[in-house]
Design a protein around this ligand. Structure first.
Ligand SMILES: [Zn+2]
Length: 354
């Protein structure tokens, strides 16, 4: 293999993010080597940068970040038949390493032997070249941009969350948090035919975006108690929501989601922030409010690609900032400051997308 430069965004410890040249690994028989084009910066990446870890994953050795990505196949392992050099792909970053009981039952996101690019100990895609399991690289047509390809990862979280919450036609929906995941949940819920969506956030510019993207009602969270927030939700919808999708991870919002949701309804916990959160558990018990967790996604890439190709969902307005790889520190600072919605790193200056 010819020598390739591979500038990579490497986290060494909390606060220590470096741009450095890393070796390129050759694709194994079941892998393709990807020339990375677009990578989304996620709240998880910011957690790694700020704290050196998140949700049980800690940085013990230098790690290349990046799990929301798309690129072009440049080399194909000997056993790969469905992809060839030049194919543009959206990539599912994680996959099971063994055919355990969860894989067999169709819930491979719960596997105990998970590999995920960009989560310790596996290097991610904020770089120029990455080898990845070809079965989790999904070909995208020329009509989809690389940025849309990268946005399929957060879109997948939303599709899975809506499935977990049994979101369906005519339901009333409450969404906490108008960041990328909250907005994605709103777009997916709307596409699924829900009646109305109310979405809350601390940040009024995010609520403006939500309004533009189709939120029926927005609530600016402003120091109220969770009970009062729940009352505002009910007042906005004219009814208690059937499903609450909690995408902020904030304790107040988890509590408000439980208070707000109608008896027999469902709270889906999508956001992760703290290890422990106090919840009004009696509310959940005596009103039979189901509380459901969400871990990543399962079988969502084909669905997401269909929806994007057929223009049934538009994720492009969520991409508000783009930075070349060598401006990664600016890109992370922009994300951390909560400016805009999704910040994308452009790793391939020779293929600028759009
Ligand atoms: Zn992410």
């Amino acid at each position: 293999m010819s020598h390739r430069e591979n500038l990579s965004v490497v986290i060494h410890a909390a606060g220590d993010l470096r741009l450095e040249n890393r070796p390129v690994t050759e694709p194994r028989s079941n892998e393709v080597l990807l020339k990375i084009n677009s990578v989304g910066i996620c709240g998880t990446d910011i957690h790694f940068w700020e704290r050196g870890g998140t949700a049980g994953f800690d940085i013990n050795k230098p790690l290349t970040l990046g799990h929301e990505f798309s690129g072009t196949v440049v080399e194909v392992g000997s056993g790969v038949e469905h992809l060839k050099a030049g194919d543009r792909v959206a990539v599912e970053p994680g996959f099971p390493k063994k055919n355990d009981e969860f894989v067999k039952s169709g819930r491979y996101n719960l596997t105990l032997t998970d590999y995920t690019a960009g989560l310790p100990p596996n290097n991610g895609a904020m770089c120029q070249y990455l080898a990845h399991n070809a079965n989790y690289c999904f070909k995208i047509p020329d009509s989809l941009s690389f940025e849309e390809g990268a946005m399929i990862e957060p879109l997948s979280v939303a599709i899975h969350a809506c499935h977990r919450g049994k979101v369906t036609i005519g339901k009333m929906i409450f969404i906490c948090g108008a960041g990328t995941i909250g907005l994605m949940c709103m777009l997916v819920a709307k596409t699924m035919g829900v009646a109305q969506v109310v979405i809350c956030d601390l940040n009024s510019s995010r609520l403006e975006v939500a309004k533009k993207l189709g939120a029926d009602f927005t609530i600016k969270v402003d120091g109220e108690t969770p009970q009062i927030l729940a009352k505002k939700v009910r007042a906005a919808l004219g009814a208690m929501p059937d499903v609450s999708l909690e995408c902020s991870g904030a304790e107040l919002c988890v509590q408000a989601s439980i208070y707000a949701t109608r008896s027999g309804g469902t709270v889906v916990l999508v956001g992760t922030e703290e290890d422990h959160v106090n919840i009004p558990i009696i509310q959940a018990i005596i009103r039979e409010v189901d509380i459901r967790g969400v871990f990543k996604y399962c079988n969502t890439w084909p669905i997401a690609i269909n929806m994007l190709v057929l223009n049934r969902i538009d994720v492009k307005p969520l991409v508000t900032h783009r930075f070349p790889l060598n401006e990664v520190h600016k890109a992370f600072a922009t994300t951390k400051a909560g400016k805009g919605v999704k910040v994308i790193l452009k790793c391939d200056p020779s293929d600028p997308d759009e």
